[in-house]
Design a protein around this ligand. Structure first.
Ligand code: GLY
Length: 364
């Protein structure tokens, strides 16, 4: 099955499509509709390793000039240096205001390419082709782009919406196990803040061959998550209110990622631990819920970090540099109960300490 939804933003409405084998047709249709004769492709090295032939064949068949740049996989690529190299590359290659940039990869590729597209010539067309579960359900939708800074994650960037998002399930065929759980965490997040049916629908991930066994169910679930995100973004594109709910678990997660140097824990693993901490903190602040719906997926995660690698004082100071800290008061997305998110300022360090203990307990 193939399904599309509209994502509304202040700069226009764009189409998000998810399905099997949709990549070739969607790229060809885009070229016919917009008539571009040159384009740039930014692709993750792992995606290039497995799918270079498919990508090259698709663009070869368009009769357009294209230049492909392969970037190293992983969070290490989300740097100002990498952004600068890519800007140099685009400008030296003669990029024009109407030259599209295709971002083919996961969240890192999309965030980096998005920021490059936002800043080159004050904005060139951007097309996301998310190839990981996480990018399909989260980062390719909503226009958050950027790179990391030494003081924290995603601290340099811009809101910049794509022209189109093309999520082709066939790219998931080569996704390593850790990248499935990376996406699962963000899907569980939508269950926590919006739709409880998602917890049940996520049971498909207990099958190690989810793509073959449950392709249609997976397609539906990705579409559902994309729709939830599209609705939230349409209501609050620049995160002055309800979009912050998408950060459930993320204040803890960003601190965990930073203290573990962005390489020991991937984003989804950090978000999973962050959600357990946020549930604990929610309960400390009067929320009525237990962590069973999230904990039911614990067996799918294994963590490479130990508690000794995550000193609590470093976690606290990492949280301080998060974008969500205002006037030295920690702000969290918490739950009054399931699907009842609320942004709350928390001064009680003891309660936050108890939330961190939840993480330590998981890492024993
Ligand atoms: N990933 C959270 C957001 O896009 O707002």
């Amino acid at each position: 099955m193939t399904a599309s939804i509209d994502v509304k933003s202040s700069s226009g409405t764009y189409c998000y499509t998810v399905g099997s084998s949709v990549f070739e047709g969607k790229i060809a249709a885009l070229q016919q509709n917009t008539g571009f004769d040159t384009c740039f492709i930014l692709v993750d090295e792992n995606v290039w390793k497995y799918h270079s032939e498919r990508i090259s064949n698709t663009f070869d068949s368009l009769n357009v000039e294209y230049t492909c740049r392969v970037i190293p996989a992983g969070e290490q690529s989300k740097t100002v240096t990498q952004w600068n190299d890519l800007i140099d590359f685009l400008l030296q290659s003669g990029v024009r205001r109407n030259t599209p940039l295709f971002a083919i990869g996961g969240g890192v590729t999309g965030d980096l390419a998005g920021f490059v597209a936002a800043s080159a010539l004050r904005g060139i067309p951007l097309v996301h082709v998310p190839t990981t579960l996480l990018a399909m359900v989260d980062s390719s939708i909503g226009g958050k782009t950027g790179v990391n800074h030494a003081t924290g994650k995603n601290l340099i960037g811009a809101f910049y919406q794509p022209e189109e998002v093309i999520a082709d399930l066939d790219f998931l065929d080569t996704l390593p196990h850790r990248d499935w759980t990376n996406g699962l965490s963000e899907i569980l997040k939508y269950g926590a803040i919006d739709d409880p049916a998602i917890f049940d629908e996520c049971k498909i991930f207990h099958d190690s061959n989810v793509l073959d066994s449950f392709r249609n169910e997976l397609n539906q679930l990705i579409l559902k998550c994309a729709q939830i995100k599209a609705d939230i973004v349409a209501a609050d594109e620049f995160e002055s209110g309800t979009r912050a709910f998408l950060n459930f678990g993320h204040t803890f997660a960003h601190a965990l990622e930073k203290v573990s140097d962005f390489d020991q824990l991937n984003h989804g693993e950090a978000v999973y631990l962050g959600m357990l901490s946020a549930i604990k903190l929610s309960k400390e602040m009067g929320g009525e819920l237990d962590d069973k719906p999230i904990r039911d997926f614990r067996s799918l995660y294994s963590f490479k970090v130990t508690r000794e690698m995550l000193p609590e004082n470093e976690l606290f100071s990492a949280m301080r540099s998060d974008k969500k800290v205002i006037d030295n008061t920690f702000r969290f997305v918490l739950l009054k109960s399931w699907q009842q998110p609320v942004v709350m300022s928390v001064k009680e360090k003891e309660c936050i300490h108890k939330a961190w203990l939840t993480v330590y307990h998981e890492l024993q």
